[in-house]
Design a protein around this ligand. Structure first.
Ligand code: 5GP
Ligand code: ZN
Length: 116
């Protein structure tokens, strides 16, 4: 299920260019165009889901696939042990600007906590 007007659906379908670092049947991962860390990758499901609030129980394997992709990407980037962060914003108040769920994966520098 894709939305023709959705930026990330278009990237997943190969209709828009992106620096893809990982993909499988369930997810696509590509470098954020406005990177906030040396490694800043967005991991998205191929299925269009607008926000976390729109997930249903049948989507549980998709959510798991996002985290398993993060694990692979961290390993390939050599940051598994030093550490990295995954975060997903839900709705404008939390900073969501693209309404196709995406797991931010950040690493390669010291990350502060709490986030802003
Ligand atoms: P959000 O603010 O929704 O949590 O995250 C959206 C992210 O998508 C932002 O970090 C932004 O830099 C990134 N982004 C927006 N448009 C594009 C694009 O066309 N290509 C890529 N690679 N990243 C994008
Ligand atoms: Zn989409």
């Amino acid at each position: 299920m894709t939305e023709p007007d959705c930026l990330f659906c278009r990237i997943a379908a190969g209709k828009l260019d992106a620096d893809i670092v990982f993909q499988n049947d369930a997810v696509v991962a590509f470098r954020d165009i406005n990177a906030q860390a040396p490694t800043h990758v967005l991991i998205i499901p191929r299925k269009h889901v607008a926000t976390i609030n729109d997930l249903d129980s049948a989507d549980a394997p998709i959510v798991g696939a996002l985290f398993l992709a993060a694990q692979d990407i961290a390993e390939a980037a050599g940051i598994s042990d030093v550490g990295y962060r995954v975060v997903m914003n839900c709705n404008e108040g939390a900073g969501q600007s693209v309404f196709h769920i995406h797991l931010h994966m950040l690493g390669g520098r010291k990350l502060g906590w709490p986030p802003g």
